[in-house]
Design a protein around this ligand. Structure first.
Ligand code: HDE
Length: 694
């Protein structure tokens, strides 16, 4: 297959239905003459059972829903491709990791975990990051998350964990939130969850965009080369747009103002040709290296610090096509942690071992039987043949008259492949026991590593997130217990959270194990210590009214769009504005339909009349204040500074604080300074300015 470029669309052609230019028919192909009226006995009489057309239509409608995923119910999918940078032959025989000329089609589904299918996008949660590679040797699913560790160590605890994080069973409240008693009860009694809870309370749990998230395979997997040699591997996805988050207040408001914020963002960026891209990173290490670590690589509550084993970037994934049919693609896609290909294998991570079972099993009830692999989005794009047959919704027609092996009637086809999938040859010996390995028993060292790796701003956000969630609990004893757990992570963290909860700082115990690796901080664990990435695809709001300075908008638009930043003009109502120079300025949105929370920055151009009108508008002032409070870059030119002042914001240019105004700089550098501010994403130090409301 080397050199052949695969494209998903071609492979799916026979399954695509398109009614454009076609006649309306029943499912049996019978032409329908009247789709407006059911068949009645008399003009005003009862509808007849005989009306097979209406019954077929309504029966199908009655069964349109399938069970939502038990976790990760809400998601958004996209098609794309993966290509490897150089042959990975030394470490793996996986076909899709050999030839840089080959583009392997992928389908990716991002998701939140706890909420139901209709819940909001921007809730505090882990994000699923599941990738299906349609390789020439079968489908490979890398079913990961945007955080590199997990809450529990053993699959047998997964139902308990999920029952605890889902809404409380008696009233199904709260939706899509861990801020309730059962979650904190469970995690405070299950200290192995502490490391992951630190990630969940960090800004990783409120991504600005699905395009600005890292992805992780979480478990240690194994690459296997053609000689059967194994290498441990941790998978990473590194976004080219950097890793960015929302502000917590903003995330909560977005959940109401645009519950589809993350989904819309992904859709619109692909739709407009701004294809999101990630590099696939691997951390490769031997069993001997693994043995030297101060944690067990089979424990999914632990990560391998990049300082210990660097991440090598081995390929890239580009998402370049939106699905045509949400249900047929994003909803029906069935990821499975057991979908591996020759050259990629599992390890004995006890969480992974359970996942190998769970995913296929769950599809049986979600997709209604064992033939879901035949659905267009799930079927491999390479030949697949075996002696399985029948079952609900079987689509393929088995032509040979045998479905068993050995057989002589069909010359024993299909035949085994000598070079087919072979499990890594691993020697296992030991008593059969229900046991947690000694090497899994240390629960806090990496939680402390995570905490120590954060900037002060990130630490404050973590403290606030713990304080917010624990404040919501009905049972004070759970709150206290959790603060006690935090004392094992860091004394200051525990004391700060305790203070916010009106509790005494707990007595501090020191983390229980000595670090062999000696790594006390890891830069890669902080979002703010990473390169911010380009500003392309960021959105800037322009507040305007009649009399606006059109030249200022034009100059800003020219500079910003050269960097791929989108400028949207917002006014009190739709239509066009009459600028001060008499030109017409088209309005993109109203202030009320596109609130400040859907933008990355704000520009207020001058114009005496425009600013006078905006200064008299509570909505406009709120917009400015909210943008400021959410730490977004603000820019004002000419009289625009007066609107900032009206919002209680000092209007002197203060680049360090993300406020760029004309008063200190000339026009040319105003745009450049604003672009620099946008590239910083947020100016978190402003959070401490309580005087500006939002
Ligand atoms: Fe999942 N998980 N999981 N999970 N998971 C599911 O499969 C499960 C875990 C992840 O967009 C389910 O098709 C068990 C870790 C993603 O369709 C189910 C355990 C990681 C998705 C299931 C875990 C994940 C799922 C629900 C512990 C990160 C969404 C519906 C042993 C590495 C995939 C479904 C999509 C979905 C089971 C833990 C990621 C029930 C038993 C760790 C991204 O099979």
């Amino acid at each position: 297959m080397a050199g052949k470029k695969l494209r998903n669309l071609d492979a799916l052609k026979p399954f695509r239905s398109d009614a454009t230019g076609q006649e309306l028919t029943t499912n049996q192909g019978v032409p329908v003459a009247d789709d407006q009226n059911s068949l009645r006995a008399g003009e005003r009489g009862p509808t007849l059972l005989e009306d097979f057309i209406m019954r077929e239509k309504i029966t199908h409608f009655d069964h349109e829903r399938i069970p939502e995923r038990v976790v990760h119910a809400r998601g958004q999918g996209a098609h794309g491709f993966f290509e490897v940078y150089k042959p990975m032959t030394k470490h793996t025989r996986a076909a899709f990791l050999q030839d840089p000329a080959v583009r392997t089609p992928v389908f990716v589904r991002f998701s939140t975990v706890g909420g139901s299918r209709g819940s909001a996008d921007t809730v505090r949660d882990v994000r699923g990051f599941a990738v299906k590679f349609y390789t020439t040797e079968g489908n490979y699913d890398l079913v990961g998350n945007n955080m590199p560790v997990f809450f529990i160590q053993d699959a047998i605890k997964f139902p308990d964990f999920v029952h605890a994080v889902k809404p409380e069973p008696h009233n199904e409240i709260p939706q899509a939130s861990s801020a309730h008693d059962t979650f904190w009860d469970f995690v405070s009694l299950t200290t192995e969850a502490t490391h992951m809870v630190m990630w969940l309370m960090s800004d990783r749990a409120i991504p600005r965009s699905l395009r600005m998230m890292e992805g992780f395979g979480v478990h240690t997997f194994r690459l296997v080369n053609s000689a059967g040699k194994g290498t441990f591997v941790k998978f990473h996805w590194k976004p080219l747009l950097g890793v960015h988050s929302l502000a917590w207040d903003e995330a909560q408001k977005l959940a109401g103002k645009d519950g589809d914020f993350n989904r819309r963002d992904l859709w619109e960026s692909i739709d407009s040709g701004n294809f999101p891209e990630w590099e696939l990173g691997v951390q490769l290490f031997s069993e001997e290296q693994a043995d030297s670590f101060d944690f067990d690589v089979l424990d999914p509550t632990k990560l391998v610090p990049e300082e210990l084993i660097p991440v090598q970037r081995i390929g890239r994934m580009v998402l370049d096509r939106n699905p045509d049919d949400f249900f047929a693609e994003t909803e029906q896609v069935a990821f499975c942690a057991a979908h591996v290909v020759p050259g990629i294998d599992f390890t004995n991570d006890p969480l992974l071992q359970g996942r190998i079972f769970s995913y296929l099993d769950t599809q049986l009830s979600r997709l209604g039987g064992p033939n879901f692999h035949e659905l267009p989005i799930n079927r491999p794009q390479c030949p697949f043949n075996n002696n399985q047959r029948d079952g609900m919704h079987r689509q393929s027609i088995g032509v040979p008259r045998v479905a068993y092996e050995p057989n002589s009637i069909n010359d024993n086809w299909p035949v085994e492949v000598k070079n087919g999938f072979q499990s890594y040859l691993e020697s296992i010996a030991g008593p059969k026991r229900r046991v947690r390995a000694e090497s899994f028993k240390e629960h806090f060292v990496q939680a402390t590593l995570f905490w120590n790796s954060q900037t002060d701003v990130e630490k404050t956000h973590i403290v606030k997130a713990f304080s917010f969630e624990l404040s919501k609990l009905e049972r004070p004893q759970i709150r206290e217990r959790m603060v006690g757990v935090l004392a094992n992570v860091d004394a200051t963290l525990a004391a700060r959270v305790a203070d916010n909860l009106g509790l005494k700082a707990p007595r501090v115990t020191t983390a229980s194990s000595k670090k062999k690796s000696g790594i006390l901080e890891s830069k890669a664990l902080s979002m703010l210590k990473q390169e911010p990435g380009p500003v392309a695809t960021r959105k800037v709001a322009v507040l305007a009214a009649d009399g606006v300075d059109a030249a200022a908008i034009k100059a800003m638009r020219t500079s910003l769009s050269a960097q791929g930043v989108q400028l949207k003009v917002l006014a009190a109502k739709l239509g066009t504005l009459k600028a001060a120079d008499g030109t017409a300025v088209p309005i993109d949105h109203t202030i009320l339909t596109m609130p400040s929370v859907v933008f990355d920055g704000l520009f207020v151009p001058g114009g005496t009349k425009s600013i006078a009108a905006l200064s008299a508008s509570a909505d406009a002032i709120h917009f400015v204040q909210e943008s400021y409070r959410h730490c977004k870059p603000l820019c004002a030119s000419g009289e625009g500074t007066q609107l900032l002042e009206r919002g209680g914001i000092a209007s002197e240019s203060d680049a360090g604080n993300g406020v760029i105004t004309a008063s200190a700089k000339g026009r040319k550098s105003l745009e450049a300074a604003f672009l620099t501010a946008l590239s910083r994403h947020r100016f978190w130090q402003r959070e401490s300015v309580d005087a500006v409301p939002a």
